[in-house]
Design a binder for this molecule. Structure first.
Ligand SMILES: NC(=O)c1ccc[n+]([C@@H]2O[C@H](COP(=O)([O-])OP(=O)(O)OC[C@H]3O[C@@H](n4cnc5c(N)ncnc54)[C@H](O)[C@@H]3O)[C@@H](O)[C@H]2O)c1
Length: 352
């Protein structure tokens, strides 16, 4: 699958993955490998027999480390290893390693090439595709980042064998989001079978096709790419709130997005973007898969306040993507803080 903007080549499947490793071994650039502690332990043993890395850095695992401090460590390690503009950074990990590694590469010596080798469902189906890089700042999600395309994204679902079930369920939220905004048939299939798929290759291929539909048409998120943010206005607020208030037990990204999709589907219902029956279908599927996000009613104002720094905001207004039917979307919807608070109260009261 070649991205028509000519920047990212997507390799999917074990054969394509092996071909990529073989090709890299014949190139004369050096490879710097970025892993986190878990992908070092669980994923590097699959890769190491096929690909030699000239230098390697392992960052601590988790969203709490998607920070400038970690970037500084990786930039320093690249410098110590004397990496040059023509060399390559290979990100072996989930969305955190891909987002941070992409940002490090896009800024080191004003930009070196990078490749994503995603190891979570979330990164294979979403984060590794489309060329958004970034880190969190002051608790705000992806506050600093760049648009930079990896040279290649190399997907091999063999890595998912060691992924904890909770992480797979988290990643599935982005698959469901893709269905809700663009793929009615995918959504209908998910409703008919409300369990996590085991045929990940097919589900990931479908999710990648949806993501490319938006990112190729609008790489810099000026228009339709904003649809991919459905569930993320409230979702990012919840994720930031839990990271700040309960760092030992944060909500995973996809868990926060699942709760955010419930709230934003409810807001879509208030604006007649979706029917009561469509809302009921969305709410039922989400409740079948995701446990309730465990916040208290008196935390809701603080959660909603995080939305005021959301990157999609414009002219001081909170802007979100809502649904316009299942498989349809309405971008740039202005939302007030009381509306967001209302959606969180309904979630808190109605979500079983
Ligand atoms: N750039 C984008 O377009 C985009 C899109 C969606 C999400 N994101 C970002 O992605 C991040 C979430 O990604 P994630 O859910 O992959 O989180 P993650 O990278 O933190 O990975 C989840 C956990 O699984 C572990 N892990 C990864 N692969 C493993 C494997 N194969 N076996 C065992 N353990 C493994 C990791 O060490 C981590 O503990 C968030 O920061 C989010 O903002 C970015």
């Amino acid at each position: 699958m070649q991205n028509p903007n000519g920047q990212s080549k997507i390799y999917q499947g074990p054969k394509a993955w092996a071909d990529f490793c073989d090709l890299q071994s014949k190139r004369n650039h050096r490879i710097f490998l970025l892993t986190d502690t878990n992908t070092h332990r669980d994923c590097l043993p699959l890769l190491a027999p096929h690909l030699h890395a000239d230098a390697h850095y392992t960052m601590p695992a988790g969203e709490a480390h998607k920070t400038l401090a970690t970037c500084a460590q990786v930039w320093q390690a690249l410098t110590d290893a004397r990496f040059e503009r023509g060399d390559l950074l290979l990100n072996l990990g989930g969305g955190v390693v891909c987002d941070l590694g992409g940002f490090v590469a896009s800024t080191f010596k004003r930009g070196i090439s990078f490749v994503h080798m995603p190891t979570t469902l979330l990164a294979m189906a979403d984060a590794a595709i489309g060329g958004k890089t970034g880190i969190d700042l002051g608790g705000y999600k992806n506050q600093v980042g760049s648009f930079a395309q990896p040279t290649a994204v190399v997907v091999n679902t063999a890595f998912l064998q060691t992924l904890p079930q909770r992480e797979a369920r988290s990643g599935y939220a982005e698959v469901l989001k893709h269905h809700l905004i663009h793929d009615r048939n995918g959504w209908a299939a998910a409703v008919a079978s409300p369990t996590l798929s085991t045929d990940w290759d097919a589900a990931i291929a479908r999710a990648i096709a949806t993501k490319l539909h938006f990112t190729e048409a609008d790489p810099l998120e000026k228009s339709i790419r904003k649809a991919l943010n459905f569930g993320h206005t409230v979702g990012h607020a919840l994720e930031s709130h839990f990271l700040a208030q309960r760092p030992a037990d944060p909500l995973l990204h996809g868990e926060a997005v699942a709760a955010g999709m419930w709230c934003e589907a409810w807001l879509s219902l208030q604006r007649s973007g979706i029917s009561p029956a469509a809302f009921a279908e969305i709410a039922t599927l989400l409740t079948q898969i995701y446990p309730k996000a465990p916040f208290l009613a008196d935390e809701i104002d603080a959660i909603a306040a995080w939305c005021q720094q959301d990157k999609k905001n414009s002219a001081g207004q909170i802007r979100a993507c809502l649904l316009d039917g299942i498989g349809g979307y309405a971008i740039d919807q202005a939302l007030t803080l009381p509306e967001i608070v209302g959606s969180l109260h309904h979630y808190h009261e109605d979500y079983p």
